[in-house]
Design a protein around this ligand. Structure first.
Ligand SMILES: *Cc1c(COP(=O)(O)O)cnc(C)c1O
Length: 459
């Protein structure tokens, strides 16, 4: 190696890091969280950020022996809590290559090749939504950022269409919308117009109409600029009445944003196609490939039907950016960001490797696992299914248990590594919740967990 390198080159260290990474990919990890109190971790790590450094091999030892064991693997097939992850081997290993390539994917000039490939993946998603080929966007870190960016674009479109600035900006959503939607309202300093959801937790066109009528017969002029619909609520996995909402949005000129962070992966699954009707009318959507589309963290696809609205809201200008060609596709223009890694590439690589048919089959497999588990629940007298699942989230009760029982059971199983399943609430009642996204989750193994629920919560 050349002697004028500032940082020394250490072939052995490179090998140790990649060897560990590859071994981890082959072996997987159990679903237990090894989280320790901050003080214990500080002691286990010791002082690592010191003038002379501790050396790469010692830092790697700490990573493998202290740091990783004190985290939870999200991709174990029996991790059914929150929204877990199930990245493919191809997607995971390609993340290493994306890092090694060190691509600035904010502008076409710097990242053209990567952006072209990312855009093919975005185009596939847009086509599943039955959107025109002119649709487009970019990958951002997560749906929290995606929802915010889309809503800012929606407000910008409203601003450009109104003669006067309304006294208060608002967008409509139900209480079942994700917490990030309310967080976006806070960041944007606007209000949420609450639309009551139906008995399954869905927004309907009818309820939206009623909520808008209470505001004004011209809601846009009154400052209502968008409606957020959920394609798969995080708590129950239900899909709002997209078609009904789309009609209302079109008649009032409101931006329709679909939050499909978890659920829009199901666009690839023909067995739930009736749920998609109306999706083709939306103005923007997000889906997190790091959830149910088998990509590693962190990866959210943000797509605009008319990307110029995204650019109008988000393009940054400055003398040092004067050289940026605005006639080409610059992902920096479409969200609240400038520098970005090509985080869509692991998703693209996996799609290209396995093919879209395998993606369809993987999502269908998860849907059939979910239906099978819902049936298993219904055959057990100690359990009660809260509702038939729309997608792959199952809410159910253990007859006679309260929240304290659920928590004790959940903790005991988390510690044993049998299943990660945390209780939630449905209409104020404590319930258990499974979120399936991994095609490798085994129905028989989940059924054994259901049998275990017949006993006492404390084992
Ligand atoms: C997970 C989720 C989000 C937030 O996504 P992040 O990627 O965690 O930022 C938003 N909306 C829904 C419906 C989700 O399930």
């Amino acid at each position: 190696m050349t002697s004028n390198r500032f940082w020394n080159h250490d072939e052995d260290l490179l090998r140790s890091v990649t060897d560990w990474s590859l071994l981890r990919l082959v072996e997987g990890r159990d679903p237990r969280s090894g989280a320790l109190p901050a003080e214990d971790l500080a002691n286990a790590l010791g002082e690592t950020v010191v003038p002379d450094g501790i050396g790469g091999s010692e830092a790697l030892r700490l990573f493998t022996e202290v740091i990783v064991p004190a985290t939870r693997a999200q991709d174990n097939p029996m991790n059914l809590a929150f929204v877990p992850a199930a990245p493919t081997e191809a997607a995971l290993v390609f993340d290493l290559a994306v890092s090694a390539a060190e691509i600035f994917a904010g502008t076409w000039e710097a990242g053209a090749g990567a952006i072209a490939a990312e855009n093919q993946a975005l185009r596939w998603l847009a086509a599943l939504a039955r959107w025109p080929a002119t649709a487009g966007g970019c990958f951002v870190a997560g749906a929290t950022m995606g929802n915010l960016s889309a809503l800012v674009a929606g407000r910008e479109r409203a601003r450009s269409r109104l003669d006067a600035v309304p006294p208060r900006w608002r967008f409509a959503a139900t209480a079942d919308a994700h917490s990030s939607v309310r967080a976006a309202a806070t960041v944007m300093d606007c209000e949420v117009l609450n639309v009551p959801s139906d008995e399954r937790g869905r927004m309907t066109g009818h309820a939206l109409t009623e909520a808008l009528e209470e505001v004004s017969d011209d809601p846009l002029a009154a400052g209502v600029f968008a409606v957020v619909v959920s394609f798969g609520t995080t708590n129950a996995g239900v899909v709002d009445d997209l078609a009904g909402v789309a009609e209302v949005c079109q008649s009032h000129g409101l931006w329709m944003h679909v939050d499909g962070a978890y659920g829009a992966a199901a666009l690839v699954a023909p067995s739930v196609a009736p749920l998609f009707v109306g999706m083709e009318c939306a103005d923007s959507f997000v889906v997190d490939p790091h959830k149910w589309l088998f990509a590693p963290f962190d990866c959210c696809a943000l797509v605009y039907r008319e990307p110029e609205h995204g650019a109008a809201a988000h393009s940054q200008f400055a003398t040092y950016l004067d050289g940026v060609d605005r006639d080409v596709w610059n992902p920096a223009d479409f969200a609240v960001h400038l520098t970005r890694r090509a985080r869509g590439l692991p998703f693209w690589f996996s799609l290209a490797t396995y093919g879209t048919d395998r993606y369809r089959d993987a999502v269908e497999k998860v849907l059939s696992t979910t239906r099978a588990v819902a049936e298993e629940i219904q055959t057990r007298s100690h359990l009660r299914l809260v509702m038939e699942p729309d997608l792959s989230i199952v809410l159910f009760e253990r007859v006679g248990w309260d929240m304290v029982d659920y928590e004790a059971w959940s903790l005991r199983n988390a510690k044993a590594g049998t299943v990660l399943c945390v209780p939630t609430r449905w209409r104020d009642q404590p319930v258990l919740r499974f979120c399936f996204i991994n095609p490798e989750t085994d129905v028989a193994e989940v059924a054994a967990v259901l049998d275990g629920l017949a006993g006492s919560p404390r084992g």
